[in-house]
Design a protein around this ligand. Structure first.
Ligand SMILES: [Zn+2]
Length: 293
């Protein structure tokens, strides 16, 4: 019995020894190798995207002036001035439980319209909210991609997939063909595909910067620069939106459904804009023609 016990301990110690000095380093090496392979494949994809962009840039630079006029451009910015004294409210990244209902209430209260640029994945998740928006005569729905990637960071195949998959879904919920790129970042290839499908690409004139204001009630210098927030408005979301609308004398306002702190001020914003004599339009109807390129 004793010798059996000793032999069991011996076997156990032998296993520990084998593990520490033989198996563990091999497993660690395998793990390291797997990590290296993963890093390698990520960097290969990034390299491929960069190479593709460089190729396009060289082609672009080598084209003659006349050819350039006919080539596609990055079209994430609005190049045409806003319609005078007219506001187009837009809400991205929904539908969002609690928020979609709140926005619809404000629209009903003041009888002003808005466009909801929804994400395909979230449309599938919240069909009852989509139904509410569809039932509202004050709301229209636009396509904001399938999963909200940055089109500057994904390969062309994935861009096509984002457009194809979301188009198939949005076709069932809206007769409007409006597309807004996540982060406003487009590519020439995806623009061509959208246009071949008769989509209007919608940007914005007024970036509410709600994503940055929402967290702390203020924006830092970098955020202010990216959204065009004046120094005196860096602590005041409401004033930033109002003064930017006044400076443009109207236009498309970019907001997001997912920022509750800033959306709480929607009621006051709409009231103020109406008091200032602005009217509200809906994208996708005749007047939106001035906003696509
Ligand atoms: Zn978005």
């Amino acid at each position: 019995m004793q010798s059996l016990f000793n032999s069991a301990i011996f076997s156990y110690l032998k296993f520990i020894y084998l593990f520490i000095f033989t198996l563990a380093p091999i497993l660690a090496k395998a793990d390291e190798l797997a990590n290296t392979l993963q890093i390698h494949s990520i960097s290969e994809e990034t390299k491929s995207i960069k190479k593709h962009r460089l190729k396009k840039l060289i082609e672009h630079m080598n084209s003659g002036q006349e050819n350039l006029k006919h080539q596609c451009r990055f079209e994430s910015e609005i190049s045409i001035p806003p319609t005078q004294k007219k506001i187009y409210l837009t809400f991205d990244d929904g539908p969002e439980p609690g928020q979609t209902e709140h926005i619809l209430e404000v629209l009903n209260k003041y009888h002003v319209p808005a466009t909801f640029f929804m994400i395909g994945e979230k449309v599938e998740l919240h069909p009852s909210l989509v139904k509410l928006v569809r039932q509202s005569p004050l709301a229209s729905i636009g396509n904001h991609s399938w999963s909200h990637p940055n089109f500057h960071d994904i390969l062309e195949e994935k861009q096509v997939l984002e457009i194809e998959k979301s188009s198939a879904l949005f076709f069932q919920i809206t007769d409007q063909l409006l597309f807004r790129y996540p982060y406003g970042n487009s590519s020439c290839e995806s623009n061509q595909l959208l246009k071949s499908r008769n989509y209007k690409i919608i940007g914005w004139h007024i970036d509410s910067c709600d994503w940055a204001f929402d967290h702390k009630g203020s924006v830092d210098l970098k955020e202010a620069l990216s959204c065009g927030v004046l120094p005196q408005n860096r602590n005041n979301f409401f004033q930033h939106v109002i003064s930017t609308v006044q400076a443009h004398n109207g236009g498309i306002i970019l907001m997001h459904e997912i920022h509750p702190n800033t959306l709480n001020q929607l009621d006051a914003l709409v009231q103020k804009l109406l008091d200032d004599g602005f009217s509200f339009g809906i994208l996708g109807e005749d007047e939106s023609k001035v906003f696509f390129h």
